[in-house]
Design a protein around this ligand. Structure first.
Ligand code: ATP
Ligand code: MG
Length: 416
């Protein structure tokens, strides 16, 4: 993409109405637009990154047998009343509105109810199980806190997967593979080393559920980590009793701020029993389906990556999710030799299918470099008089500042 064609603009000033570093930088760089507190739009560069995060998660969900679908945002009051999750006194984060034709609806906060009902039309025998279904969809929650930028939106993207199994054993098998798939996602995103499997309150669902918590000073949770074991306990469930159950000792735990990036729950049969999702086993006996749910927040993850990797100059994307691998910065001016060389390299990169943002604008070098630092592509290729003369380009790694001289062939051979 040519920068001159990109409609988004960068800005130098930090937005005054935004306290979170992730949103400040993403807004300054033109990745997102703030509509209202806790409500953000994703602009072209931001969408590219979000989509790449989504794709990594999708690959790992497909690898464990997930089938992708997408459910409606508008929810059926009658259905949610059956599980007692419609009443504002029970669930206080709904956005609700009225139908002109009469009756009430709400915007989906999660999707256990609708998917369980869908499954009643598709599951009737043990032969139909297990089933794993997931979606990427915007959730709507009337969250009170709005200080974490895109890490806590009132409208945000979630990947939610639900598992439907014959019994606890079959469920446990899948639960284990989902936990491993989550670990893979966080490793691929480059935050595996500071993302901990964390035991947490399961609220109404179970005594213990598991969360994945990424260390971040911007996080709203406090966790206690056993670094040797690589696991943690959420402060919410810290007690001598829970530590004993987990085989952990207070003395070996370190306290850190963290943000939940994903979680996995055993739902048991609470939804299947209330909504009539049963199957006939081998003996023809009717049994409730055993369920699990598995959430992960792609938009929150995008915020976490900015929070944890950015430096004083701007965003630093890991190559796997950067909107573009290369930021090709031409120091030439329309028609001169330098811009001709830059044009040619850009054409070659495009032809090779290597995602490149080409700064072809007629601006001062300092301005272009400042934008390049702010935007955070993994590698910057500088085309100046030198490159035009020698055929060697300066390639600067954004994360480290390391500079290398590379030929066109070496640049084009880069892994994608
Ligand atoms: P939190 O305790 O942070 O509010 P939660 O327990 O409500 O999270 P879930 O309902 O399990 O989270 O949602 C699954 C995933 O969706 C979370 O792990 C997180 O990554 C993401 N998520 C949840 N709430 C938000 C939000 N308001 N904005 C962005 N992402 C969110
Ligand atoms: Mg929440």
């Amino acid at each position: 993409m040519r920068h001159s064609q990109l409609f988004t603009k960068t800005r130098r000033e930090t937005p005054s109405d935004e306290v979170a570093k992730n949103a400040q930088l993403l807004m300054r760089a033109g990745y997102i637009h703030k509509e209202m507190a806790g409500v953000y739009s994703y602009l072209p560069l931001g969408l590219r990154t979000l989509n790449r995060i989504v794709q990594i998660i999708r690959e790992e969900m497909d690898a464990i047998g997930g089938q992708e679908l997408v459910m409606s945002a508008l929810q059926d009051k009658e259905l949610w009343s059956r599980t007692d999750r419609w009443d504002d006194a029970k669930v206080d984060i709904w956005f609700k509105t009225l139908f002109k034709s009469g009756g009430e609806t709400g915007l989906g906060i999660t999707h256990e109810e609708p998917l369980t009902r869908i499954m009643t039309e598709h599951i009737s025998s043990y032969r139909d199980l297990p089933v794993y279904a997931y979606q990427f969809q915007n959730k709507f929650r009337n969250e009170l806190r709005a200080k974490a930028g895109i890490m806590r939106g009132k409208e945000f993207l979630m990947k939610d997967l639900y598992s439907f199994s014959r019994n606890e054993v079959e469920h446990a098998d899948f639960y284990t593979s989902a936990r491993e798939a989550y670990r893979k996602v966080f490793r691929r995103l480059g935050i595996g080393d500071w993302t901990y499997l964390t035991f947490a309150s399961g609220g109404i669902f179970s005594e213990f559920s598991e969360e994945f918590q990424t260390i971040s000073n911007a996080g709203e949770d406090t966790i206690y980590i056993d670094e040797a074991k690589g696991i943690a306990v959420n402060k919410e469930v810290m007690s001598d009793d829970s530590l004993e159950k987990l085989g952990l000792h207070r003395s070996s735990l370190v306290e850190r701020r963290a943000i939940e990036v994903g979680n996995i729950f055993n739902l048991g049969t609470r939804f299947s029993e209330k909504l009539g999702l049963t199957y006939a086993d081998e003996q023809g006996v009717s049994r409730p389906v055993v369920m699990g749910c598995y959430g992960i927040g792609p938009s929150r993850l995008m915020g976490v990556l900015v929070e944890t990797l950015a430096d004083e100059k701007g965003i630093v994307w890991p190559a796997v999710v950067a909107p573009f691998r290369y930021h090709l910065v031409s120091l030439g001016h329309a028609g001169d030799e330098v811009s001709k060389v830059a044009d040619e390299l850009y054409a070659d990169l495009e032809k090779a299918g290597i995602a490149t943002l080409y700064d072809d604008r007629d601006l001062r070098a300092g301005e272009k470099f400042a934008d390049s630092d702010l935007l955070g592509m993994p590698y910057r290729i500088v085309v100046g008089k030198d490159a035009a003369a020698t055929g060697l380009f300066e390639v600067v790694e954004r994360a480290t500042g390391a500079v290398a001289k590379r030929s066109r062939a070496e640049i084009l051979a880069a892994p994608q």
